[in-house]
Ligand binder design. Structure first.
Ligand code: ARG
Length: 442
């Protein structure tokens, strides 16, 4: 092979991590070959014992620097070193095309499970934080402008549900990965009487592929995993951004624990929210990996094409990134603390403008008219340079006669949130029901 071709061709440094799956698949294949009468019983035993020793050697130290092209050729060479020429019989009826597709799916099934567990921990941390913050009321933002007051727990749980959808999506990806390609050969299927049902059972897949041409080139489950990883990254980046904002001097709503903040090498006063910034930044590569994989797949002719070798670097990076990110964001959430004084100081009575309009609506004023009236009231307060709840009653009544002396009762945070009792709202009852629903998911 040409000198310049060797390093381009080689994928061992990337696919070395698939060795446990490659050995496992090979063991199942050796047994299937015996069952099909292709191998003698004693040859099968020799191969199985040899593969066992190969696994021991591979687990003993890192083999990424070996000269072999990929994990499949490395395992086969080591097997030859262990058992001699009979090793050459293992690849009967099998191709690296169905082999690598099988290995990667086995890995994917394992990883969706592991990511699901790590994600559950993040969700549990959010849920604990929500349970502790039902009483606290903070400004709810739209357009990053104060909108309406909400319970802090309601804001916390607004970050729970997106993650819960991602966890459900991971389950779906796991099921999509659980279709066995082994037995498809290079493209046309296997010419020996291989029991694919046995292989499925042995390797723990849910079903077997229906079309050998499709089986060796289908990476839809991998795309699914890259997509869920990217979307999860987006969700985490939004949580991270809220933590960055709420942790700033200007907001001061949340304080991150020391273990997840860092100082500046120059400015001694700094407490930087690095954990949140890194999580936000990592979402870029998760999105990039999805785009890379989509682009690799676009326009490929049917069957296996070597382009597909590029699937692994993207997918491994997404899983590695989340493996770093999930425990860190969990820790950051667990250590985060609301700063009630700062939150209370930030609550602007204008947050209750909608409640003022609702007051008029209850007095029979059409909502559109009530909206106009309250806009006028707010403007009057601004012109006078006082908070809207400090306006005298006459100012309200000048704007609309439906304002009674009880209008000042509207300026009560608790009363405002408690009015939103419909399911999914921010009243205590609704938030407690939401917490119960979230608990039911984990
Ligand atoms: N290293 C290859 C991959 O990752 C294995 C399959 C190679 N197949 C082939 N026909 N060259 O996709």
């Amino acid at each position: 092979m040409a000198g310049a071709m060797v390093p381009l061709n080689r994928s061992l440094d990337v696919d070395i991590r698939l060795w446990p799956q490659d050995v496992r698949g090979s063991r199942a294949w050796a047994q299937a070959l015996v069952k099909a009468g292709v191998l003698e019983d004693d040859e099968g035993v020799t191969l199985l014992e040899g593969l066992e020793r190969v696994a021991t050697r591979l687990s003993d130290r890192d083999h990424a620097e070996e000269p072999d092209e990929d994990i499949h050729s490395l395992v086969e060479r080591l097997l030859h070193e262990e058992v001699g020429d009979v090793a050459g019989k293992l690849h009967t009826g099998r191709s690296r095309n169905d082999q690598v597709a099988t290995d990667l799916r086995l890995w994917g099934i394992q990883m969706t499970e592991a990511l699901g567990v790590a994600l559950t921990e993040v969700e549990a941390a959010l849920l604990d934080w929500a349970r502790e913050s039902v009483d606290l009321i903070l400004p709810g933002y739209t357009h990053l402008q104060q909108g309406q007051p909400v319970r802090a727990a309601h804001w916390v749980l607004s970050h729970f549900w997106p993650l819960e959808r991602d966890r459900t999506a991971l389950h779906t990806v796991k099921a999509q990965a659980s279709v066995l390609p082994l037995g498809s050969g290079a493209i046309a299927g296997c010419p020996f009487p291989i029991d694919r049902e046995f292989l499925r059972e042995e390797l723990g897949f849910l079903s077997i592929s229906e079309n050998s041409i499709d089986a060796v080139s289908d990476r839809d489950w991998a795309l699914g995993l890259a997509f869920v990883a990217a979307r999860l990254g987006i969700h985490l980046s939004r949580l991270a951004e809220d933590l960055v904002l709420f942790g700033s001097k200007e907001f001061g709503f949340v304080r991150l624990s020391d273990g997840f903040s860092t100082g500046s090498s120059l400015m001694p006063q700094k407490r930087n929210p690095d954990v949140a910034e890194l999580v936000r930044g990592k979402s870029g590569r998760l999105t990039g990996n999805l785009v890379a994989l989509l682009t690799v797949l676009k326009g490929l002719p049917t069957g296996y094409n070597r382009d597909l070798q590029e699937d692994k670097a993207a997918l491994f990076d997404s899983v590695d990134t989340l493996t770093l990110v999930l425990p860190a964001i969990e820790g950051a959430v667990r250590g985060a603390e609301f700063q009630p004084d700062r939150i209370e100081a930030a609550l602007d009575p204008q947050l209750l403008a909608t409640d003022l309009a609702d007051y008029l609506v209850r007095a029979g004023v059409p909502f559109r008219r009530a909206h106009e009236v309250v806009a006028t009231v707010v403007r009057v307060a601004e012109d006078r340079g006082i908070p809207v709840d400090q306006l005298p009653l006459e100012a309200f009544q000048k704007a609309h006669t439906a304002f009674g002396s009880d209008v000042l009762e509207v300026f009560d945070w608790e009363r405002s949130v408690e009015a939103r009792e419909a399911p999914g709202g921010t009243a205590r009852k609704a938030v407690l029901a939401q917490i119960t629903a979230a608990e039911g998911c984990l």
